[in-house]
Design a protein around this ligand. Structure first.
Ligand SMILES: O=P(O)(O)O[C@@H]1C[C@H](O)[C@@H](CO)O1
Length: 329
């Protein structure tokens, strides 16, 4: 060692270095039996707690939604398409975390879209907000117990594949779980078989029929040149990646990088939901060193691109939901 002092520990008392001080749940008692339950004590939400949240939503909305949508950064307008919406602010849902990120409104919208019953998260939870992964993806289990069969997960991501342009859409057909490489999973802790098996397989996680339907829809919309099929990877964030990290991801076969979705997909597949997911490419990731300021990703740009492309994203999602609904009618 040359001149570096290496500390023995990181001095943090919690696992992810977050010092927000609370467990991030909304702290409402709402008269629920589980009012003294805190996710801090046990980040694996018991089945009964998820069931209570699901009951709160199905009773409050009078609906059992079939399709769940998670809106990525700047893509909250996906939920604005929902007709006769019943809106649940996260802070009013018992035992629900709160959204802390700009571009994630923090509400659950339940209603109909293209004839199908849907529930959409306008605001997701990210690991970098200080939430354990089980908590980030807890709403997926709530969706399952509400009756959801299909998860539509969307995100804003940086394009690593040099063929991708800003504004393109990458349909996810696989992922590389970098947080999993580091020993972190939303399924860590005791497994409740009512959700799924202890060791779920994740090959074919992204439904091929839905990918193919989405490609057909993109052709009909005249945007097929902006559509790709590729591999997404989630890093912990909140910092964007270094050039060396982006180079490494590219060598691993990653096409787009973000900070979400993977833990939601793992949780959805664990409880046997069909998954469709896409990344809106909001910035190009540099994989060579240069002095260009353009190479630096920033959240304002991410939000601006998402706003510009929301119409295409909304049309793709609504047409795909229409197909699912018609096929099941
Ligand atoms: O929620 P998503 O994955 O769409 O948000 C991305 C990742 C970070 O939260 C943020 C960075 O700009 O956008």
């Amino acid at each position: 060692m040359t001149g570096y002092k290496v500390a023995n520990g990181n001095g943090h008392s919690n696992g992810n270095g977050n010092t927000k001080g609370t467990n991030g749940t909304n702290g409402h008692s709402n008269g629920h039996k589980s009012a003294d339950y805190t996710a801090q004590e046990n980040p694996t939400y018991p089945y009964e707690v998820i069931e209570e949240i699901a009951d709160f939503i199905t009773k409050g909305s009078g609906m059992r939604p079939k399709i769940g949508i998670i809106c990525g950064s700047g893509l909250g307008s996906l939920a604005d398409m929902i007709q006769d919406p019943k809106i649940f602010e996260y802070e009013k849902i018992p035992n629900f975390p709160v959204s802390t990120v700009e571009g994630h409104a923090g509400r659950l919208v339940v209603g109909t879209l293209e004839g199908a019953t849907v529930m959409a998260m306008q605001g997701r939870f990210h690991f970098y907000e200080g939430y354990p992964l089980a908590k980030c993806s807890m709403p997926v289990r709530v969706m399952k117990l509400c009756g959801v069969e299909y998860l539509f997960a969307t995100n804003a991501a940086g394009g690593i594949n040099p063929r991708f342009a800003v504004g393109d859409i990458m349909l996810m057909h696989d992922h590389v779980n970098m947080l999993g490489f580091a020993g972190n999973s939303p399924l860590q802790g005791p497994n409740d078989p009512r959700f799924g098996p202890r060791f779920p397989a994740l090959v074919n996680s992204y439904n091929k029929d839905l990918i193919n339907k989405a490609i057909e829809i993109a052709k009909a919309m005249g945007i097929e040149s902006n559509i790709h099929v590729g591999v997404y990877s989630c890093l912990g964030g909140p910092n964007y990646e270094t050039i060396a990290e982006l180079k490494a991801l590219r060598m691993m076969g990653v096409d787009a990088v973000g900070m979400s979705t993977v833990h939601e997909v793992i949780t959805a597949r664990h409880c046997d939901m069909k998954v469709f997911a896409f990344s809106l490419i909001t910035n190009k990731c540099a994989t060579e060193y240069s002095d260009k300021k353009d190479d630096e990703a920033n959240h304002d740009e991410v939000m601006a691109v998402a706003k510009n492309r929301q119409k295409a994203c909304c049309e793709l999602v609504s047409r795909l939901i229409r197909e699912i609904h018609l096929a099941s009618a």
